[in-house]
Write a protein that binds this ligand. Structure first.
Ligand code: GLA
Length: 525
């Protein structure tokens, strides 16, 4: 029996008047024909509330509860990799419904592992103010987690033979996030053809999270939501433009944004994707953390690696688990063509530089068909200067990173287009040797005058050399090729942004580089 709160003493609510025990669901319309459902499975003993909270990608155990004159407070905790996430709600009963206000939590500290750039995904979403949820009583068992699947024995997934050079294309997330629609994807495909991006090598048009439905059909098939009425028709359209279509799913029961994931339906979903004509899958860990620890990542990624191969369709397999568990050591073995090495990039110099300049430690793991992925491009999204975006493009190309533009291709400036389509820089990214650059030299470490020179061996004995000025003032940088063990005698040296040959004297080249800018050279043909 549910009744309203009646405090017996100020600050205390007697349990005789209320009993929150039961399963509660709050359904929020996503305006795409789906609902995001959060479940509060509560057990009340006296003043103590225990139980679980399931919301989007999270499943918390309630570890704290208390009452005051306004109602109650519950705190959920969830172990996620090396961190414990907490989520607090303030609750009160209003009639028969439970009003629950999520309280902002500080983002959990990043676990210090591997490349040190392994913050969990979507922490920024956790710090945004969230609206109050209104929950109603739901049948027992609704919203329960699926039973755990049996993990397969580990084996090496056969190389799919594609993506010998890093994938190039566009992805919806950085600009559109949850708003992306079928019409946007078609418009990006159109733009990629008309603005020359396709001809510069950008062929994958990738739909990120939020295309999915909130439940499977009666046969267990994955469904799309009303923003994507017909995936096969969309794939046909994209293919008709000489482009390829990418999609997104999760090894967990839900995606980061709380839509259906592929857990327990991996083979079925791979088959569906192949039938739709999908050419690329980004497989994002998020929801899997509700049921599995990081140690299970290789096995869960292997399941989808095998499932994609079994379809017989060439599908690029892109792992996204934020660089946890040293993925660079096992990503290729589970069939990955690339694996994210970091948490999510943001459209700021700090975010881009923090990620990009830390990638040297994972360089040994890049090889044709299997690349480190420091996340998608922010070029053209407005948060950085043109020099900073040139650094972004240069650094990612030095790193043999996938080049997935993340801006609105319909409205970008000519300057942005020129950065994205610099053929000389792209040629470095796409070099068939598939080796990743490493940091060769760094100026005496001072935050205000930090200069770095990175080198990348290219096919046929050529080299790419990039000098970065991370300092706050423009600086004259001397590139001493002897110190880099690169011979320039009798070989052309070309500035890939100025598009001209440069004169090297005594095996040295001195050039002024603006703050946060870059000079990128190709030594050899
Ligand atoms: C995670 C990923 C992002 C994006 C979002 C979508 O945060 O790291 O790249 O795919 O999920 O929800």
């Amino acid at each position: 029996m549910v009744a309203t709160f009646v405090p017996s003493r100020p600050g205390v609510v007697t349990e005789t008047h209320i009993n929150l025990t039961g399963n509660w669901v709050a359904a929020v319309s996503m305006n795409d024909g789906t609902f995001r459902r959060s479940y509060f499975n509560l057990l009340q003993h006296g003043d103590t509330i225990t139980g679980t909270i399931r919301t989007t990608q999270f499943f918390y155990d309630i570890v704290e509860s208390s009452w005051d004159s306004a109602g109650f407070r519950i705190v959920g905790a969830m172990k996620d990799g090396a961190t414990v996430r907490r989520q607090e709600f303030r609750g009160r009963l209003v009639g028969d419904s439970l009003h629950l206000l999520p309280i902002r939590q500080p983002a959990p500290a990043a676990p210090a592992a591997g490349a040190r750039a392994t913050t969990a995904a979507n922490t920024s979403a956790a710090s945004r103010p969230q609206p109050e949820l209104v929950a109603h009583r739901a049948p027992r068992g609704e919203g329960a987690l699926p039973s755990k699947i049996t993990l397969p024995a580990r084996h090496t997934v056969r190389d799919n033979g594609i993506a010998r050079t890093p994938a190039m294309g566009w992805n919806s997330w950085n600009k559109f996030a949850g708003r992306v629609t079928d019409a946007d994807v078609r418009a990006m495909a159109d733009a990629m053809v008309s603005n020359g991006m396709r001809d510069a090598g950008y062929v994958y048009v990738n739909i990120d999270d939020t295309w999915e439905g909130d439940k499977r059909d009666s046969l267990g098939n994955i469904t799309s939501n009303s923003k994507f009425p017909d995936m096969k028709a969309l794939a046909d359209y994209v293919h008709s433009k000489g482009l390829k279509l990418g999609i997104y799913s999760s090894p967990g029961p839900t995606t980061c944004a709380g839509y259906i994931g592929s857990y327990g339906h991996e083979a079925q979903d791979a088959k569906t994707f192949a039938e739709w004509g999908i050419d690329y899958l980004k497989y994002d860990w998020c929801g899997a953390r509700m049921l599995h620890r990081d140690e299970d990542m290789p096995a869960l990624y292997q399941i989808m690696g095998d499932a994609l191969l079994a379809t017989g369709r060439p599908i690029v397999y892109s792992l996204c688990q934020y660089g946890r568990l040293d993925v660079w050591k096992w990503g290729a073995d589970v069939g990955g063509n690339s694996w994210r090495t970091t948490g999510d990039i943001k459209d700021t110099w700090e975010s881009m530089a923090n990620i990009g300049f830390r990638q040297d430690v994972v360089a040994p793991y890049a090889k044709p068909g299997h690349f480190n992925d420091p996340d998608m491009l922010e070029i053209g999204n407005g948060g950085m200067t043109a020099d900073e975006y040139r650094t972004h493009m240069s650094l990612w190309s030095m790193l043999a990173a996938p080049l997935l533009a993340g801006n609105d291709l319909r409205t970008m400036s000519l300057e942005t287009l020129a950065i994205l389509t610099n053929k000389d820089v792209i040629r470095v990214d796409q070099d068939p040797l598939g080796k990743q650059a490493t940091r060769a030299l760094v100026s005496p470490d001072s935050a205000s005058v930090r200069q770095e020179i990175w080198t990348r061996p290219l096919a046929n004995g050529a080299w790419a050399v990039a000098a970065f000025n991370r300092g706050l003032d423009s600086a004259a940088v001397e590139i001493d090729f002897a110190a880099l063990h690169i011979n320039t005698r009798g070989v052309p040296v070309r500035d890939l942004w100025a598009h001209r040959r440069v004169r090297v004297q005594d095996n040295k080249y001195t050039v002024t580089i603006p703050s946060h800018g870059v000079v990128m050279l190709r030594v050899g043909r």
